[in-house]
Design a protein around this ligand. Structure first.
Ligand code: MG
Length: 164
């Protein structure tokens, strides 16, 4: 058994051309909003934290080392590709996802309408039942950058078990 922790934050700006923000995607779900992440890839803060939790559980290099921000191949990249590579490594080491617990912190928009879709996508990417995936949405009570709607953050803990 192994445990991994992942964390990520992205700055939110008005969506281009008004600002430098990309369309908001969280946990693989496109979410209508007037602000989005400033990022080299698609800026999916949830999947980035998932990837770092998976890689961390294996003791392997982190997302920034594997998928460099300087690599033009990752410009606007679909972050599900990063999850797929992390899961390839998980399987290669003989593990499967026991369960994963995800906390997403953002002031707006409300995540409650999107959590079910995120859960379905993440379970599919991880090759596990949806019952093994939990997603919690929180606000930042109006304080600091996240509370002011200028950033979005995700924390993830993943538990790996020997592949059945
Ligand atoms: Mg990131």
């Amino acid at each position: 058994m192994r445990v991994g922790h992942g964390y990520d934050l992205h700055r939110l700006e008005p969506i281009a051309p008004a600002g430098a923000g990309r369309p908001l995607i969280l946990g693989g779900v496109k979410i209508p909003h007037d602000r989005g992440p400033v990022a080299h890839s698609d800026g999916d803060v949830v999947l980035h934290a998932v990837v770092d939790a998976l890689l961390g559980s294996l003791g392997e290099p982190d997302i920034g080392e594997l998928f460099s921000n300087d690599d033009p191949r990752h410009d606007g990249a679909d972050s599900s590709l990063f999850v797929s590579e992390a899961m390839r490594r998980v399987r290669a080491r003989g593990y499967a996802v026991g369960n994963i617990d995800i906390t997403v912190i953002c002031e707006r928009p409300r995540l409650s309408d999107h959590k079910a879709a995120m859960r379905t996508i993440i379970a599919r990417l991880l090759g596990c039942e949806e019952s093994r995936v939990n997603i919690k949405g929180k606000t930042h009570e109006g304080v600091d950058a996240i509370g002011e709607g200028r950033a979005v953050e995700a924390h993830v803990v993943v538990f790996l078990i020997s592949a059945p």
